[in-house]
Design a protein around this ligand. Structure first.
Ligand SMILES: Cc1cc2nc3c(=O)[nH]c(=O)nc-3n(C[C@H](O)[C@H](O)[C@H](O)COP(=O)(O)OP(=O)(O)OC[C@H]3O[C@@H](n4cnc5c(N)ncnc54)[C@H](O)[C@@H]3O)c2cc1C
Length: 333
């Protein structure tokens, strides 16, 4: 049944940026509704079941640089939500993994568990795809694929920017010229991901992963050794941005064969592949970013956030969401 709901702030996207913004706004006493087209929250904080195992197939780990994010991470570590997985990555050699003094964190149970935890107490409406954003007289009208609509004083857009721009175009929203050209300049790299369930063991350097930025298959990780898949060995493979761009439309079969060929040299003699699947991320990580943590169009009560604003990774998405939450709060001053 089509319904119409009114709230103060509507957030499009329940990835880390949207969740952090919603929490910030809730703390400031605002009525917030968050919409996501997915079956669950998290977006690119994505963890999936493969057979009797579990794999992170989007973000693999996170780092921290900013003191504000460090405070958050310290809390997650204290409560066993996150843990240090590694202090560096091998570039492919099976010899010692270099340690550079910077911790790489993983999330207990997989990356998506963090998103689920952060969504507690929030009004998240899932399976709700936004199809257009329209400007009403004094408010925004957000239309969804279910036919239901939402009216809000202010809107925060956190989907990857090309998707956000499509929603604005669908509702004939005209942005100020400087904001429109800044948003159109944001770009993302794609990422092809292969998930392989393995019977037996593989050769991977400590701590069960390697990172080769200049190879076609840039990342290989064992979710069992990572600690999130106790009952099965599931490997996550990520292709580099250039390989992913060139082969994005290849068939699943072709991609499985390419990943399988790469894996061959890592398999121990008794190991074999039980199951394989491919996941395509059209917008995996931003490659051209906006210079501030969020973009605020005050006269339209419209804010943009996400990793393309705060920095091309988990830390950036979290800080962008917090900044957007504060910026939205000031719209009531
Ligand atoms: C393959 C891969 C590997 C990565 N590796 C790392 C890593 O190792 N370390 C690291 O720090 N970062 C990594 N990242 C990046 C990290 O995952 C992101 O920076 C971060 O999760 C982005 O969060 P976000 O909230 O900005 O966006 P998202 O997580 O993309 O959230 C946007 C949300 O908007 C929703 N949405 C989109 N359109 C609509 C619509 N029309 N209606 C309703 N909802 C909509 C989506 O469902 C999604 O949930 C990786 C990402 C990928 C894909």
């Amino acid at each position: 049944m089509a319904t119409e709901t009114t709230c103060e702030v509507l957030i499009v996207g329940g990835g880390l940026a949207g969740l952090m913004a919603a929490r910030t706004l809730l703390h400031g006493g605002h009525k917030v509704i968050l919409l996501d087209k997915g079956r669950g929250v998290g977006g690119r904080l994505a963890t999936r079941r493969v057979g009797n195992g579990v794999a992170d197939h989007g973000a693999q780990f996170f780092t921290m640089r900013d003191p504000e994010f460090k405070t958050l991470v310290d809390g997650w570590v204290k409560h066993d939500i996150a843990y240090v997985w590694s202090m560096g990555w091998s570039d492919g050699s099976l010899a010692d993994t270099p340690r550079d003094g910077h911790p790489r964190y993983a999330v207990s149970g997989g990356m998506n568990a963090l998103a689920k935890l952060l969504s507690q107490g929030l009004d998240c409406r899932l399976d709700t795809q936004v199809t257009a954003l329209r400007k009403g007289n004094d408010e925004w009208v957000v239309e969804t694929s279910t036919g239901s609509s939402y009216r809000a004083h202010a809107v925060l857009m956190t989907a990857p920017v090309p998707q956000t721009l499509a929603l604005l175009r669908a509702g004939s929203v005209v942005l100020p010229e400087d904001a429109a050209s800044a948003l159109e300049a944001i770009t993302y790299d794609p990422c092809l991901c292969g998930l392989f369930r393995i019977d037996g063991d593989v050769y991977l350097p400590e701590p069960g992963a390697l990172q080769r930025p200049y190879a076609e298959i840039a990342w290989i990780a064992d979710n069992h050794r990572k600690g999130i898949s106790p009952n099965a060995r599931i490997l996550t493979l990520h292709a580099s941005p250039s390989y992913s761009r060139a082969h994005y439309d290849d068939s699943d079969e072709m991609l499985v064969n390419r990943f399988r060929a790469e894996l061959a040299s890592f398999m121990k003699t008794d190991a074999h592949i039980l199951e394989a699947e491919i996941k395509r991320w059209r917008y995996s990580q931003p490659s051209a970013l906006y210079p501030e943590r969020c973009l605020v169009i005050r006269e339209q009560n419209l804010v943009f956030a996400g990793d393309a604003f705060g920095g091309p990774r988990i830390e950036g998405a979290a800080l962008s969401g917090i900044a957007a939450g504060h910026a939205l709060h000031t719209l009531w001053d």
